[in-house]
Design a protein around this ligand. Structure first.
Ligand code: PA5
Length: 437
């Protein structure tokens, strides 16, 4: 399972940083379990690894099989919580070499990026999975129009319908209405699961399964984490992580950096940033979630982390065992002076980089949390997903916010609709145009 080493926090926090929060953590765990805290109507994800809909799960696997047999590419249309989870898992674990290419659309309004994707699909059989709980989010709605048109031009209306899979609300919303009238196969975003907690529903599972990854093992890992994290007490890694974040925030830290030594974890970090940023950044509070990829970023952001403004702490995500081994060759000329490493495994060098960096950053005033996962495989990624989601719920309650809403996201949308001339926004449009003049 996942384990958390908090020993490099000791010099930055009072001795009772964890024990003083245990009572509240017990209370917060109860709120999550019963779903009667702030935003409790969106805590369906808490029991999901055990209670998920097995019938739909089998249908996801069958649909994935169909997509794999009919297409060489899948375009996944979605944004935010309807996008990042699938991409995080697929990039972290790697698509099966024989699986269709997975492309993501609807997460940008960039003409260039969209044209680039359209050109990649030339001569390539493809299917579309459009994902939107509300069905009205502008970016995916616009992208879906474009890719639906492309499918219809390529295959005709009838066949296009069989290549479109919609993941949306079970009953309401624009996409649900369209899917029903057009006869698309649909999957459900459960009512009680918000976007950023939805990777273990059809939202994440269908693209992940199309990529040839083992969604049974992913859910199995999440179920293991769920069982483990339900045990109360100071040894519970989610309780520790939530308490450490809160203690560090109380001690004046304002930024949490998620550091990983795996380049493939870039989108996992993006998923984590959305999870924590959207859950906690409200009411004038919250840690700003940032991420770095080591060792590459030690040669860029490393300088700031070591000696810049002391406002951050680091959470280092470390996979204990690599998936293979690579021995460093001997060089008779030894021009780089590295023969003292000949025959050593590359992972040994990486391990010393991690240990050395950790101590340097602690010496530089950056508290460090070390989060260990077993290896990059479906089970441990399922564990990590559940660990971060559960810790986030606890952490949000410790902070005193509703970790399951995102009222701030509306502000830009209203302005954009007004500037685009959406009916009903006329007054706001006039006001904004005057300010922008
Ligand atoms: O976490 C969230 O709720 C958001 O990031 C949403 O997932 C995002 O805005 C997309 O919403 P929808 O699925 O309704 O298109």
């Amino acid at each position: 399972m996942i384990s958390l080493d908090t020993s490099n926090l000791q010099s930055f926090l009072p001795e009772n940083w964890l024990t003083s929060r245990l009572d509240f953590l017990r209370h917060a765990a109860g709120l999550l379990d019963r779903g009667d805290g702030a935003g409790g109507e969106f805590t369906g994800w808490v029991h999901l690894p055990r209670s998920y809909d097995r019938v739909e799960f089998d249908r996801i696997k069958r649909a994935a099989q169909t997509i794999r047999s009919q297409s060489k590419a899948l375009v996944v249309v979605g944004i935010g919580g309807s996008y990042l989870g699938a991409r995080a898992v697929i990039e972290l674990l790697g698509r099966h070499p024989e699986a269709p290419a997975i492309y993501f659309a609807g997460n940008t309004l960039s003409t260039d990026a969209t044209l680039e994707l359209i050109s990649k699909l030339e001569g390539v059989d493809f299917s579309v999975n459009v994902i939107s709980k509300s069905g009205t989010t502008t970016e995916p709605a616009v992208a879906f129009r474009l890719f639906k048109n492309l499918l219809e031009q390529r295959y005709g209306k009838e066949e296009a319908r069989t290549r479109i899979y919609a993941t949306t609300d079970s009953q309401k919303g624009a996409l649900k209405g369209l899917a029903d009238s057009e006869g698309y196969e649909t999957f459900v975003v459960p009512d009680n699961v918000g976007g950023r907690y939805s990777v273990l529903t059809a939202v994440g599972l269908l693209p992940i399964a199309v990529a040839g990854l083992d969604i049974d093992a992913l859910m199995q890992g999440a179920a293991e984490a769920m069982a483990e994290l339900q045990k109360p007490g100071p040894d519970n890694p989610a309780w520790c992580y939530a308490a450490a974040r809160h203690a560090l925030y109380t001690a004046g830290k304002r930024v949490e950096i998620l550091a990983s030594y795996e380049p493939s974890s870039r989108f996992f970090s993006e998923w984590w940033k959305q999870l924590y940023g959207e859950s906690e950044g409200k009411d004038g509070k919250g840690l700003f979630p940032a991420s770095v990829e080591f060792t590459a970023d030690l040669h860029s952001m490393g300088q700031f982390i070591q000696q810049g403004e002391r406002l951050m702490f680091e959470t280092v995500l470390h996979f204990r065992s690599p998936l293979g081994s690579l021995s460093i060759p001997h060089d008779p000329d030894n021009v780089d002076g590295l023969n003292f490493l000949s025959g050593q495994d590359l992972s040994f060098v990486a391990e010393q980089a991690l240990r050395g960096t950790l101590l340097a950053h602690v010496d530089g005033g950056v508290p460090n949390l070390l989060l260990y996962a077993r290896r990059r495989e479906e089970t441990s990624v399922g564990q990590l997903i559940y660990f971060f989601e559960y810790s986030c719920g606890l952490s949000g309650y410790l902070l005193g916010v509703n970790p399951f809403d995102q009222p701030g996201v509306e502000a830009y949308k209203k302005n954009m609709f007004a500037l685009l001339g959406k009916p009903g926004y006329e007054d706001r449009k006039a006001e904004l145009e005057a300010r922008l003049r």
